[in-house]
Write a protein that binds this ligand. Sequence first.
Ligand SMILES: [Zn+2]
Length: 75
Amino acid sequence: MRKQFEMAGERLERHNCQSWQEEDWLYFSCPDCGFTRKLNWKTGELALIHQGDSKALHSALHAPLMEHPQVENSN
Ligand SMILES: [Zn+2]
């Protein structure tokens, strides 16, 4: 079965973020457009560092060592 990333009328680019951890923060950065955000895994605080391409769909995995696609779009 083919996965669909194109919604009606709007095409979303799909970017894969790289992630890493620095102390309490998990960083997610997109090498394609510069999108960067960080998540405090203790408090759940989310901070946007660089907006990057707002039209792109960014997927990031919390565990960079695991290759597990999480792109299910359940509507
Ligand atoms: Zn991006």
